[in-house]
Design a protein around this ligand. Sequence first.
Ligand code: NI
Length: 176
Amino acid sequence: MALRQVREMGDPILEKKSREVTQVTERTKELIDDMFETLYDQNGVGLSAVQVGVLKRIVTIDVSDDGDEPVVMINPVIRESDGEQEGYEGCLSVPGKTGKVKRPNHVIVDYLDEDMQPQSMEGDDVFARCICHECDHLEGKLYVEMVDGPLQDIEDVEEEQERQRKRKRLRIKRKR
Ligand code: NI
């Protein structure tokens, strides 16, 4: 296993469409292992192969706050989506930045697992957002194209959220 270099916005490879995977070789397995290692090293929740410079339709996702298992999806296709959510999104290829993006709140995705067996999975909330974000990468699209309003610095947004939490705590104290 090895860490791979994450390509950043401005690198033309991120605008390219990734190719379907037709077989899982030892090299593919090594790539998947490296993608997970890189994802955890960077504290991300999702990574697509193109982000480490490989134009293959492979994504790795681990949104384990809600107890979901890490998942690798080969040739994922979103078959159904419904509902709407808006929330802050970030990307390891756009370090330090965040922006509000509207996404479906629920998706059903078909994909192949590491044994090339067809699977499908449903996702809600953060998981649905992450599946959409990673599938966009495979089409050469970055979330920054979809941001509502300006792209912001993560630090600024976190500071503002902290201020709001403090104000809320103060209001609760005053009510007592
Ligand atoms: Ni991304």
